[in-house]
Design a protein. Structure first.
Length: 503
């Protein structure tokens, strides 16, 4: 690397250090906004977050930064470190997407998304979709404007948004994968619903306290290997994980007095996200590429821990004594087998985050189909509630009676479109690398004995290590030696639930 390239690279990194400080501060404000901020202060808090993130955006629009970044990109093959080359290529990709967005535009976009979050929060609380329509319309218009500003935008409008969350994935890929899901899962769902197998669920609605649920959350995070010296957890309306910094990865959950399992699997899911962030190579932080992992990658990990591990017989065996200890009023007459079966019951329902593992995919497909209509044309914002309700009847045979349990249940659309498919894609990714992991050691035995060091160690070396460096499809092929396919996921569901329901 010559002196000129070294000078420009150092200049880039100096600016990125300042960018990261503004983004770090913005993430802290947003974390506060979504956890303990009083409702009256939410909009003002959102404006502060938008101000900070816009400062970061503006730094990357400065002439000096752009000049150095372009130089580094043009000479990327001369760089000494692979990660610097990855950064340069990532920057160039993002620059094409954002070069026509001014700092003023970005600030306005941030304000729209932050206001939409507050409006969604109030609309859900008041069970009133109509009050959210203006903000959701503003979000849709903002998304369309962003697409129009992309240099060399993809011809399919929705693919541009999808690509922001899952690089290289297209709606054609998803149409094929989701079509296969529908073809194989709909008939199986009918067989499950017709099965004579009865699963006991009466104890799932027994009352528990917030304090009991907090103890369980703490225990589950400890079992998983979550590092409390680098993280913390609290409650929020819609659970999420936020990697505020290299050594500050926080998770949230939501306590419901008559649904103790909800918080359990919420915290396992978010704990999975946290383990991914906590186990990133330090070098990824030093080279500013930690934002490279896609949401499909992230969801694959969170749902790996939540479902493939968390709902397994081995994991229920591991935690059963502790569940009985923390929830004695719930578990006094419940066997280990009954707990396992209840954690895996198939029951078409309205709420995505509470959905069973089997029907969850349909919740994602519904949102995906609606998102495509919103962005590519074919759906009016004010008519989305009726469309949502119709699709729930079509796919799951249930219909929301309120907006809060229907179209207002998820926060995601307040910040745009293209995220939801990554949940299902993540399930397909982890089914593929679970098979690869199982060839290295007995996963059930490791889980049953609480040996998460073995599981996390394999994940760190095979799944986490290259996530910031490779595109999703290349990353998946490196782990498994196979190309993306829903088959392993569908095979797993068919085998597990045919056995559980004695089909």
């Amino acid at each position: 690397m010559n002196d000129e390239l070294k000078k420009h690279l150092e200049s880039v990194k100096k600016t990125l250090c300042d960018v990261e400080k503004f983004l770090h501060a913005s993430r802290i404000v947003n974390f506060d906004l979504e956890t303990i901020c009083p409702s009256a202060g939410m909009e003002e808090q959102g404006e502060v977050a938008a101000f900070l993130s816009n400062k970061a955006f503006a730094l990357q629009k400065s002439e000096d930064f752009l000049r150095s970044a372009k130089y580094v990109y043009e000479h990327r093959d001369e760089l000494d470190d692979e990660r610097d080359k990855v950064w340069a290529e990532t920057w160039a990709r993002d620059f094409k997407r954002e070069k026509n967005i001014t700092s003023e535009m970005q600030h306005e976009f941030s304000k729209i998304y932050n206001k939409a979050y507050v409006d969604w929060y109030n609309a859900k609380k008041n069970n009133d979709f109509a009050s959210f329509v203006p903000s959701l319309t503003a979000v849709r218009d903002t998304e369309m404007k962003r697409i129009s500003l992309i240099e060399d935008a993809l011809p399919n409008a929705y693919d541009n948004l999808l690509d922001m969350f899952e690089r290289g994935m297209t709606s054609a890929d998803l149409d094929k994968a989701f079509g296969e899901c529908t073809r194989r899962l709909v008939p199986l769902l009918k067989k499950i619903m017709a099965s004579k197998k009865k699963i006991r669920t009466d104890f799932l609605s027994r009352t528990v306290t917030d304090e009991q649920q907090k103890k369980m959350a703490q225990y589950l995070l400890e079992v998983m290997g979550y590092d409390f010296s680098r993280g913390a957890f609290t409650t929020t309306e819609h659970p999420f994980t936020d990697g505020l910094g290299k050594n500050d990865v926080r998770v949230t959950t939501h306590y419901q007095p008559n649904m103790f399992a909800s918080s359990m699997f919420s915290i396992i899911h978010e704990g999975g996200h946290a383990l991914f962030d906590m186990n990133q190579p330090t070098a990824d932080h030093e080279h500013f590429i930690t934002g490279n992992k896609t949401m499909g990658m992230h969801e694959s990990v969170s749902r790996f821990y939540e479902n493939r591990i968390g709902r397994s017989e081995a994991f229920i065996h591991l935690i059963y004594p502790k569940v009985c200890e923390i929830f004695p009023n719930v578990m006094s007459d419940v066997s280990e087998k009954e707990l396992f079966e209840a954690m895996n019951i198939v029951e078409p329902s309205l709420i995505r985050t509470e959905a069973d593992e089997f029907t969850y995919t349909f919740h994602v497909i519904i949102r995906y189909e609606i998102e495509k209509l919103i962005v590519n044309g074919g759906a009016k914002i004010e008519e989305l509630r009726d469309l949502w309700n119709k699709k729930y009847e079509e796919y799951l045979g249930v219909k929301p009676s309120t907006d809060s349990e229907g179209i207002l249940q998820d926060v995601h659309w307040s910040s745009g479109f293209g995220y939801f498919p990554t949940y299902a894609v993540g399930n397909m990714y982890n089914a593929m690398y679970y098979k690869t992991m199982s060839e290295s050691f007995d996963i059930d035995e490791a889980v049953r004995s609480g040996d998460f060091a073995k599981i996390n160690g394999w994940m760190k070396e095979n799944v986490f290590k290259s996530a910031d460096i490779l595109s999703p499809k290349d990353w998946l092929f490196k782990i498994t030696g196979k190309s993306f396919s829903p088959d392993a996921f569908l095979d797993y569901l068919e085998e597990k639930y045919s056995k559980l329901y004695e089909l």
